[in-house]
Design a protein around this ligand. Sequence first.
Ligand SMILES: O=C(O)c1ccccc1NCC(=O)[C@H](O)[C@H](O)COP(=O)(O)O
Length: 204
Amino acid sequence: MYVKICGLDTADNARVAVEAGADAIGVVMSASSSRGLDAARARRIVDAVGDAADTVLVTNDLGAREAAEVASRLGVTVLQLHGPAYSEASYREALHVMPRVWRATSLADAPSLQVGAHGEEALLLDAATPGSGETWDVAALDGSAIDGPWLLAGGLTPANVAAAIEVANPWGVDVSSGVESSRAVKDPGLIREFIGAAKHLQLR
Ligand SMILES: O=C(O)c1ccccc1NCC(=O)[C@H](O)[C@H](O)COP(=O)(O)O
């Protein structure tokens, strides 16, 4: 199970995530998010991870081209364009600069569930409000019918991630609020617990 810990706040917490086995960490750049980082802080986190895991720049409000240029300058491995603001043409623009782009969307937006529909490498299916910690009805989705890598997100926690994986059968999982002690403050213990719970399934 591929595990992404999103909305990292410090380089120390990014190291905790990677040491616990995270496959990816996310840094958010968004004017509307309390997890939004400036470039200097994002770079410290990305540099702390190095090539030990994927590093993902997440945005919902930068223009696609600008987002890809920022991602390239930061040296992240993946750009995650989050939400309905990004058209198919936006993905083409981003892909000129960043070879790996993920499309993050919600079933509420009636998206295409074809992985690669916009040239993306992977699909992330989230609640309607990203980063809110809200759950959604994953049972309404036949995850095994999605042809390609997709990540489940939205209200996951160390306590519910194993059951969510069993229901939805995703390729990966993504969490933010569920590994925080308070809004935008990551908790090292919860990060370790989440990764343990998600990865444990693989060993069954
Ligand atoms: O986390 C945010 O604040 C955010 C803001 C704007 C766009 C995307 C954002 N997060 C994207 C993620 O990938 C989150 O991990 C995902 O929405 C799940 O969040 P949560 O339900 O809090 O676990």
